[in-house]
Design a protein around this ligand. Sequence first.
Ligand code: NAI
Ligand code: MG
Length: 359
Amino acid sequence: MPIFKIAVYPGDGIGPEVIDEAVRVLDAVQDLDGGFQLEKTTLPWGAKYWETHGRVAPENFLDVLRPFDAILLGAVGWPAKIPDYVTLAPLVTIRQTFDQYACMRPARLFPGVKSVLAGKGSADIDMLVIRENSEGEYVDNGGRFRRGRPDEFAVQTALHTRRGVERILRFAFDMACKRRRRLTMITKSNAQRYAYVLWDELLEELAPQFPDVHAERQHCDAAAMNMVRCPEHFDVIVASNLFGDLLTDLGGVLSGGLGLAPSTNTNPERTYPSMFEPVHGSAPDIAGQGVANPVAAILSAAMMLDHLELRAAAEHIRSAVGAALGEGRHTRDLGGSLTTRQMGDAVISRLGVSEPRVA
Ligand code: NAI
Ligand code: MG
């Protein structure tokens, strides 16, 4: 039986609360499936670790994580005690060192969940936003000059490499092949004629290799409008780091909000472990109350199973989440009254009851 080594990094605030439920769901689906085993190691890193060790993770945290098959992360950050740039630093290092260049954020509205868009239902909102996660506008490249003087200026330079753009486009084409075969690439090549024209040219170069995929381009401003106006148009969206960041928040809100939004940081070559985490942060405002919605963490765990090629088990989880939400089993953020634990129970009780949705 295949055994997968999973590093569980619950983190801070609601991180441990939602990860507890994700782990319970994973245990239940492992029992149900019977064909694989997850060997989980919990890493007690974060704000508490900082109190005793003066750092949020051990110095060799990358060496600790490297042998695992995947990392399941809750959320990190406790801004009242520790500055965010300290708590969040390991995450950025993990993403960059482990070359997790593909960030996938599905925006799917489950039946039974109300969208903020009037007149749009679950049949209309089912997209996968893929964000380039390793370069582009978020490369630390620039400087401040003549600080504090009237003639002060700042330079912030984005970096888009042929290799980096090509590999994320290829990844997006592959994903489109597995879904509804429509790929929308988002840039702003009408205004920024160097970097985004490179994106345009590489899309043209790659498209003939994927004749079954309808590939198109939209500028980011138009895409933001179109995602609201006609979300049903979109299947797979691929964008650079900055535009992907913007559009994944939009996708998140269209599909029911932060409590439901999962995310991956994928190293497609599997040279390094990939990391799976809800889009939301540690939510200190509701931490310790047992009211956080665990669904984003549970769906992130399902994406981890996809990555481990345990697709049937992943689909079981998504079906169970869909069934629970569809029956109106909702936490407070969705207008319901279930606690975090009760929502976890609701998902577990639906596992194996409903037919997995065929994607
Ligand atoms: P946040 O995502 O933690 O919370 C934003 C709002 O959404 C809050 O009102 C919160 O109560 C609500 N919310 C979030 N997740 C929820 C859930 N599962 N169920 C119900 N309600 C939920 O963002 P915020 O407040 O800006 O950041 C808090 C901390 O988290 C900061 O330290 C920030 O740096 C960190 N953070 C960490 C991330 C990570 O670990 N990848 C990502 C984003 C923020
Ligand atoms: Mg963001």
